[in-house]
Design a protein around this ligand. Structure first.
Ligand code: NAP
Ligand code: 8YV
Length: 322
Protein backbone atom coordinates (compact mmCIF):
# COMPACT_ATOMS: atom_id res chain seq x y z
CA UNK A 1 0.00 0.00 0.00
CA UNK A 2 1.30 3.47 -0.86
CA UNK A 3 1.78 5.84 2.12
CA UNK A 4 -0.24 9.10 2.23
CA UNK A 5 1.68 11.83 0.39
CA UNK A 6 2.42 13.79 3.60
CA UNK A 7 4.06 10.76 5.28
CA UNK A 8 6.37 9.97 2.43
CA UNK A 9 10.08 10.81 2.81
CA UNK A 10 11.14 13.88 0.86
CA UNK A 11 13.63 13.36 -1.97
CA UNK A 12 15.54 15.98 -3.97
CA UNK A 13 16.44 15.09 -7.56
CA UNK A 14 19.69 16.55 -8.91
CA UNK A 15 19.21 15.68 -12.58
CA UNK A 16 16.35 15.41 -15.06
CA UNK A 17 15.22 11.86 -14.33
CA UNK A 18 13.67 9.71 -17.07
CA UNK A 19 9.91 9.14 -16.67
CA UNK A 20 10.36 5.46 -15.83
CA UNK A 21 12.37 6.48 -12.75
CA UNK A 22 10.42 9.63 -11.83
CA UNK A 23 6.98 7.95 -11.88
CA UNK A 24 7.70 5.20 -9.32
CA UNK A 25 9.80 7.65 -7.32
CA UNK A 26 6.73 9.91 -7.00
CA UNK A 27 4.57 6.94 -5.96
CA UNK A 28 6.88 6.23 -3.03
CA UNK A 29 8.23 9.64 -2.04
CA UNK A 30 7.54 13.36 -1.99
CA UNK A 31 9.77 14.47 -4.85
CA UNK A 32 11.31 17.92 -5.30
CA UNK A 33 12.58 18.03 -8.85
CA UNK A 34 15.85 20.00 -8.96
CA UNK A 35 14.25 22.61 -6.69
CA UNK A 36 17.69 23.85 -5.56
CA UNK A 37 18.29 24.94 -9.17
CA UNK A 38 14.81 26.01 -10.25
CA UNK A 39 13.49 27.85 -7.17
CA UNK A 40 16.08 28.63 -4.46
CA UNK A 41 13.51 30.28 -2.15
CA UNK A 42 11.15 27.31 -2.23
CA UNK A 43 14.17 25.04 -1.80
CA UNK A 44 15.24 26.95 1.34
CA UNK A 45 11.80 26.28 2.85
CA UNK A 46 11.77 22.51 2.20
CA UNK A 47 15.52 21.78 2.55
CA UNK A 48 15.26 20.83 6.28
CA UNK A 49 12.75 18.09 5.39
CA UNK A 50 14.76 16.45 2.58
CA UNK A 51 15.94 12.94 3.53
CA UNK A 52 17.24 11.62 0.22
CA UNK A 53 19.03 12.88 -2.89
CA UNK A 54 19.03 11.09 -6.22
CA UNK A 55 20.67 11.80 -9.57
CA UNK A 56 22.91 10.21 -12.21
CA UNK A 57 26.57 9.46 -12.72
CA UNK A 58 27.19 13.01 -13.95
CA UNK A 59 25.28 14.71 -11.11
CA UNK A 60 27.04 17.03 -8.70
CA UNK A 61 26.37 16.34 -5.02
CA UNK A 62 28.89 18.66 -3.35
CA UNK A 63 29.51 19.22 0.36
CA UNK A 64 27.75 22.62 0.10
CA UNK A 65 24.49 20.95 -0.98
CA UNK A 66 24.67 18.34 1.81
CA UNK A 67 25.23 21.14 4.33
CA UNK A 68 21.85 22.59 3.32
CA UNK A 69 20.14 19.25 4.09
CA UNK A 70 20.32 18.55 7.85
CA UNK A 71 17.90 15.57 7.59
CA UNK A 72 19.77 13.89 4.72
CA UNK A 73 20.02 10.09 5.12
CA UNK A 74 20.95 8.72 1.67
CA UNK A 75 22.40 9.69 -1.72
CA UNK A 76 21.27 7.25 -4.44
CA UNK A 77 23.08 7.54 -7.77
CA UNK A 78 21.61 6.06 -10.96
CA UNK A 79 24.99 5.25 -12.46
CA UNK A 80 28.06 3.26 -11.47
CA UNK A 81 30.42 6.28 -11.45
CA UNK A 82 29.95 8.66 -8.52
CA UNK A 83 33.00 10.91 -8.90
CA UNK A 84 30.89 14.07 -8.60
CA UNK A 85 29.51 13.07 -5.20
CA UNK A 86 31.61 14.32 -2.28
CA UNK A 87 31.73 10.88 -0.64
CA UNK A 88 34.06 12.07 2.13
CA UNK A 89 31.54 14.76 3.12
CA UNK A 90 28.73 12.17 3.04
CA UNK A 91 30.68 9.76 5.25
CA UNK A 92 31.43 12.56 7.75
CA UNK A 93 27.68 13.06 8.04
CA UNK A 94 27.09 9.27 8.21
CA UNK A 95 25.12 9.49 4.96
CA UNK A 96 25.63 6.40 2.78
CA UNK A 97 25.99 6.72 -1.00
CA UNK A 98 24.66 4.03 -3.38
CA UNK A 99 25.26 3.43 -7.10
CA UNK A 100 24.24 0.93 -9.81
CA UNK A 101 27.15 -1.45 -10.52
CA UNK A 102 26.83 -4.49 -12.77
CA UNK A 103 23.57 -3.75 -14.57
CA UNK A 104 25.27 -1.64 -17.26
CA UNK A 105 28.44 -3.65 -17.93
CA UNK A 106 27.24 -5.20 -21.21
CA UNK A 107 25.98 -1.90 -22.56
CA UNK A 108 29.13 0.10 -21.86
CA UNK A 109 31.32 -2.72 -23.18
CA UNK A 110 29.22 -2.82 -26.37
CA UNK A 111 29.79 0.90 -26.94
CA UNK A 112 33.54 0.55 -26.33
CA UNK A 113 33.68 -2.08 -29.08
CA UNK A 114 31.44 0.05 -31.30
CA UNK A 115 33.80 3.03 -30.90
CA UNK A 116 36.84 0.86 -31.67
CA UNK A 117 35.25 -0.46 -34.84
CA UNK A 118 33.87 2.96 -35.79
CA UNK A 119 37.16 4.79 -35.56
CA UNK A 120 39.30 2.03 -37.12
CA UNK A 121 36.87 1.22 -39.94
CA UNK A 122 35.79 4.89 -40.27
CA UNK A 123 32.09 3.96 -40.11
CA UNK A 124 30.70 7.52 -39.63
CA UNK A 125 32.86 8.79 -42.51
CA UNK A 126 31.71 5.90 -44.70
CA UNK A 127 28.08 6.71 -43.92
CA UNK A 128 28.63 10.35 -44.95
CA UNK A 129 30.53 9.21 -48.05
CA UNK A 130 27.46 7.37 -49.30
CA UNK A 131 24.95 10.04 -48.23
CA UNK A 132 26.97 12.83 -49.89
CA UNK A 133 27.08 10.95 -53.20
CA UNK A 134 30.89 10.62 -53.11
CA UNK A 135 30.82 6.86 -53.80
CA UNK A 136 29.26 7.56 -57.20
CA UNK A 137 31.37 10.63 -58.00
CA UNK A 138 34.79 9.60 -56.57
CA UNK A 139 34.72 5.80 -56.39
CA UNK A 140 35.68 3.67 -53.41
CA UNK A 141 36.78 5.13 -50.07
CA UNK A 142 40.43 4.88 -48.98
CA UNK A 143 41.23 1.69 -47.05
CA UNK A 144 40.72 1.60 -43.30
CA UNK A 145 42.44 -0.29 -40.45
CA UNK A 146 41.78 -3.86 -39.30
CA UNK A 147 40.63 -4.31 -35.68
CA UNK A 148 40.30 -8.10 -35.46
CA UNK A 149 43.51 -9.65 -34.21
CA UNK A 150 44.94 -6.33 -32.99
CA UNK A 151 46.42 -5.73 -29.51
CA UNK A 152 44.06 -4.27 -26.89
CA UNK A 153 45.13 -2.56 -23.67
CA UNK A 154 42.52 -1.93 -20.98
CA UNK A 155 43.13 0.75 -18.36
CA UNK A 156 40.93 -0.41 -15.44
CA UNK A 157 40.04 -4.09 -15.70
CA UNK A 158 37.01 -4.00 -13.39
CA UNK A 159 33.44 -5.12 -14.10
CA UNK A 160 33.13 -3.24 -17.41
CA UNK A 161 36.77 -3.75 -18.38
CA UNK A 162 36.28 -7.52 -18.11
CA UNK A 163 33.14 -7.33 -20.29
CA UNK A 164 35.19 -5.45 -22.90
CA UNK A 165 37.96 -8.10 -22.72
CA UNK A 166 35.37 -10.86 -23.19
CA UNK A 167 34.06 -9.21 -26.35
CA UNK A 168 37.53 -8.39 -27.68
CA UNK A 169 38.53 -12.05 -27.33
CA UNK A 170 35.80 -12.91 -29.83
CA UNK A 171 37.54 -10.53 -32.27
CA UNK A 172 40.76 -12.50 -31.83
CA UNK A 173 42.43 -9.57 -30.05
CA UNK A 174 45.24 -10.06 -27.54
CA UNK A 175 44.44 -8.42 -24.19
CA UNK A 176 46.62 -6.71 -21.60
CA UNK A 177 45.75 -4.30 -18.78
CA UNK A 178 46.88 -1.86 -16.14
CA UNK A 179 45.38 -0.71 -12.85
CA UNK A 180 46.49 0.05 -9.33
CA UNK A 181 46.86 -3.66 -8.56
CA UNK A 182 47.82 -6.73 -10.55
CA UNK A 183 45.03 -9.34 -10.57
CA UNK A 184 46.93 -12.62 -10.57
CA UNK A 185 43.71 -14.59 -11.05
CA UNK A 186 43.19 -12.99 -14.49
CA UNK A 187 44.70 -14.60 -17.60
CA UNK A 188 45.96 -11.31 -19.08
CA UNK A 189 49.42 -9.70 -18.81
CA UNK A 190 49.61 -6.75 -16.37
CA UNK A 191 51.57 -3.58 -17.13
CA UNK A 192 52.65 -1.34 -14.23
CA UNK A 193 51.58 1.95 -15.87
CA UNK A 194 49.33 3.36 -18.59
CA UNK A 195 52.47 4.46 -20.46
CA UNK A 196 53.98 0.97 -20.47
CA UNK A 197 50.66 -0.52 -21.58
CA UNK A 198 50.19 2.11 -24.31
CA UNK A 199 53.58 1.26 -25.80
CA UNK A 200 52.53 -2.39 -26.13
CA UNK A 201 49.08 -2.09 -27.80
CA UNK A 202 47.14 -0.83 -30.84
CA UNK A 203 43.93 0.15 -29.00
CA UNK A 204 44.03 1.68 -25.50
CA UNK A 205 40.60 1.61 -23.81
CA UNK A 206 39.99 3.67 -20.66
CA UNK A 207 37.41 2.36 -18.21
CA UNK A 208 38.50 3.53 -14.74
CA UNK A 209 36.54 5.73 -12.34
CA UNK A 210 36.97 9.50 -12.65
CA UNK A 211 38.04 11.74 -9.76
CA UNK A 212 41.40 12.75 -8.36
CA UNK A 213 42.99 9.27 -8.53
CA UNK A 214 42.86 9.18 -12.33
CA UNK A 215 42.90 12.89 -13.28
CA UNK A 216 44.85 13.47 -16.53
CA UNK A 217 46.35 9.98 -16.22
CA UNK A 218 46.45 9.87 -20.02
CA UNK A 219 48.86 12.69 -20.85
CA UNK A 220 51.20 13.61 -23.70
CA UNK A 221 53.75 10.95 -22.69
CA UNK A 222 51.15 8.16 -22.71
CA UNK A 223 49.85 9.31 -26.11
CA UNK A 224 53.40 9.37 -27.51
CA UNK A 225 53.85 5.82 -26.22
CA UNK A 226 50.62 4.74 -27.95
CA UNK A 227 52.12 6.06 -31.17
CA UNK A 228 51.01 6.94 -34.71
CA UNK A 229 49.22 3.62 -35.31
CA UNK A 230 47.47 3.63 -31.94
CA UNK A 231 43.86 4.47 -31.08
CA UNK A 232 42.55 5.85 -27.78
CA UNK A 233 39.01 4.92 -26.66
CA UNK A 234 37.55 6.71 -23.62
CA UNK A 235 34.33 5.39 -22.06
CA UNK A 236 35.45 6.26 -18.49
CA UNK A 237 35.36 9.96 -17.62
CA UNK A 238 36.66 13.01 -19.51
CA UNK A 239 38.87 13.92 -16.56
CA UNK A 240 41.02 10.81 -17.09
CA UNK A 241 42.52 12.39 -20.24
CA UNK A 242 44.47 15.63 -20.68
CA UNK A 243 42.10 16.86 -23.42
CA UNK A 244 44.45 19.54 -24.77
CA UNK A 245 47.27 17.02 -25.06
CA UNK A 246 44.87 14.65 -26.84
CA UNK A 247 43.78 17.31 -29.33
CA UNK A 248 47.42 18.10 -30.15
CA UNK A 249 48.22 14.41 -30.51
CA UNK A 250 45.30 13.93 -32.90
CA UNK A 251 46.14 17.06 -34.90
CA UNK A 252 49.80 16.12 -35.29
CA UNK A 253 49.50 12.39 -36.00
CA UNK A 254 51.04 11.44 -32.66
CA UNK A 255 48.22 8.86 -32.44
CA UNK A 256 46.03 7.50 -35.26
CA UNK A 257 42.62 8.37 -33.83
CA UNK A 258 40.22 8.37 -30.90
CA UNK A 259 36.73 7.22 -29.98
CA UNK A 260 35.34 9.35 -27.17
CA UNK A 261 32.09 9.05 -25.21
CA UNK A 262 33.15 11.37 -22.38
CA UNK A 263 34.74 14.83 -22.22
CA UNK A 264 36.34 17.18 -19.74
CA UNK A 265 33.55 19.78 -19.71
CA UNK A 266 30.33 18.01 -20.81
CA UNK A 267 28.20 18.80 -22.71
CA UNK A 268 30.71 21.26 -24.17
CA UNK A 269 33.12 19.60 -26.59
CA UNK A 270 36.03 21.74 -27.87
CA UNK A 271 35.61 22.90 -31.46
CA UNK A 272 39.13 21.65 -32.18
CA UNK A 273 38.01 18.11 -31.35
CA UNK A 274 34.82 18.43 -33.39
CA UNK A 275 36.84 19.61 -36.40
CA UNK A 276 39.05 16.52 -36.47
CA UNK A 277 38.41 13.69 -38.95
CA UNK A 278 40.22 10.98 -37.04
CA UNK A 279 37.80 10.96 -34.08
CA UNK A 280 34.38 9.45 -33.43
CA UNK A 281 32.42 11.36 -30.78
CA UNK A 282 29.36 10.21 -28.81
CA UNK A 283 27.45 12.20 -26.14
CA UNK A 284 28.13 10.20 -22.93
CA UNK A 285 25.62 7.57 -23.96
CA UNK A 286 27.37 4.27 -23.23
CA UNK A 287 24.57 3.05 -20.90
CA UNK A 288 21.75 4.88 -22.69
CA UNK A 289 19.40 2.17 -23.96
CA UNK A 290 15.83 1.65 -22.75
CA UNK A 291 16.72 -1.72 -21.27
CA UNK A 292 19.80 -0.68 -19.35
CA UNK A 293 18.56 2.70 -18.10
CA UNK A 294 15.43 0.89 -16.81
CA UNK A 295 17.64 -1.57 -14.90
CA UNK A 296 19.70 1.32 -13.50
CA UNK A 297 16.55 3.22 -12.46
CA UNK A 298 15.11 0.11 -10.79
CA UNK A 299 18.29 -0.36 -8.74
CA UNK A 300 18.55 3.33 -7.78
CA UNK A 301 14.91 3.25 -6.64
CA UNK A 302 15.39 -0.06 -4.80
CA UNK A 303 18.21 1.47 -2.75
CA UNK A 304 15.93 4.33 -1.66
CA UNK A 305 12.98 2.05 -0.93
CA UNK A 306 15.10 -0.42 1.06
CA UNK A 307 16.71 2.33 3.11
CA UNK A 308 13.42 3.98 4.08
CA UNK A 309 11.93 0.56 4.90
CA UNK A 310 14.83 0.02 7.34
CA UNK A 311 16.39 -2.77 5.26
CA UNK A 312 20.03 -3.09 4.11
CA UNK A 313 21.12 -1.11 1.05
CA UNK A 314 21.46 -3.13 -2.14
CA UNK A 315 24.54 -1.50 -3.63
CA UNK A 316 26.43 0.97 -1.41
CA UNK A 317 29.62 2.39 -2.96
CA UNK A 318 32.79 0.61 -1.73
CA UNK A 319 33.72 3.47 0.65
CA UNK A 320 30.37 3.04 2.44
CA UNK A 321 30.48 -0.74 2.80
CA UNK A 322 30.86 -1.98 6.36
P1 NAP B 1 35.02 -1.12 -11.30
O1 NAP B 1 34.50 -2.53 -11.40
O2 NAP B 1 35.21 -0.53 -9.96
O3 NAP B 1 36.38 -1.06 -12.11
C1 NAP B 1 37.21 0.05 -12.09
C2 NAP B 1 38.61 -0.38 -12.50
O4 NAP B 1 39.44 0.78 -12.52
C3 NAP B 1 39.23 -1.39 -11.57
O5 NAP B 1 39.83 -2.40 -12.31
C4 NAP B 1 40.28 -0.60 -10.82
O6 NAP B 1 41.35 -1.45 -10.55
C5 NAP B 1 40.65 0.49 -11.82
N1 NAP B 1 41.13 1.72 -11.16
C6 NAP B 1 40.54 2.39 -10.15
N2 NAP B 1 41.30 3.46 -9.80
C7 NAP B 1 42.37 3.43 -10.61
C8 NAP B 1 43.51 4.27 -10.73
N3 NAP B 1 43.69 5.34 -9.95
N4 NAP B 1 44.44 3.94 -11.67
C9 NAP B 1 44.26 2.85 -12.46
N5 NAP B 1 43.20 2.04 -12.40
C10 NAP B 1 42.26 2.32 -11.48
O7 NAP B 1 34.06 -0.11 -12.07
P2 NAP B 1 33.15 -0.38 -13.37
O8 NAP B 1 31.81 -0.76 -12.95
O9 NAP B 1 33.91 -1.23 -14.32
O10 NAP B 1 33.07 1.15 -13.93
C11 NAP B 1 34.24 1.85 -14.26
C12 NAP B 1 33.96 3.29 -14.62
O11 NAP B 1 33.39 3.37 -15.91
C13 NAP B 1 32.95 4.06 -13.76
O12 NAP B 1 33.50 4.47 -12.53
C14 NAP B 1 32.60 5.24 -14.65
O13 NAP B 1 33.51 6.29 -14.47
C15 NAP B 1 32.79 4.66 -16.06
N6 NAP B 1 31.49 4.49 -16.74
C16 NAP B 1 31.21 5.28 -17.82
C17 NAP B 1 29.98 5.14 -18.48
C18 NAP B 1 29.64 5.97 -19.68
O14 NAP B 1 28.48 6.26 -19.88
N7 NAP B 1 30.61 6.32 -20.52
C19 NAP B 1 29.05 4.21 -18.02
C20 NAP B 1 29.37 3.44 -16.93
C21 NAP B 1 30.60 3.57 -16.29
P3 NAP B 1 42.33 -1.25 -9.30
O15 NAP B 1 41.43 -1.03 -8.13
O16 NAP B 1 43.13 -2.49 -9.26
O17 NAP B 1 43.12 -0.05 -9.68
C1 8YV C 1 25.32 7.54 -17.18
C2 8YV C 1 27.59 6.75 -16.25
O1 8YV C 1 25.70 8.55 -18.06
O2 8YV C 1 27.09 4.90 -14.88
C3 8YV C 1 27.86 5.84 -15.11
O3 8YV C 1 28.86 6.05 -14.43
O4 8YV C 1 28.36 7.60 -16.55
C4 8YV C 1 26.41 6.53 -17.10
O5 8YV C 1 25.90 5.27 -17.06
C5 8YV C 1 24.71 8.16 -16.00
O6 8YV C 1 24.92 7.54 -14.80
C6 8YV C 1 23.23 8.36 -16.23
O7 8YV C 1 22.68 8.98 -15.19
Amino acid sequence: MTAPATDRPAILTVMNLPPFYLAPLKQNFTVYERLHQTDPEAFARVAPTIRGVTGGGESQVPRALMERLPALELVSIMGVGYDKVDVAAAIERKVPVTHTPGVLDDEVADLAIALMLSVARRVPQADRYVRDGLWASQGNMPFARKMSGARLGIVGLGRIGKAIAHRAAAFGMSIAYTGRTERKELPYPFYPSAKALAAAVDFLVLITPGGEGTRKMINREVLEALGPRGYLINVARGTVVDEQALIQALQNGVIAGAGLDVFENEPQVPQALRDLHNVVLTPHMASATHETRQAMADLALANLVEHFAGRPLKTPVPECQA
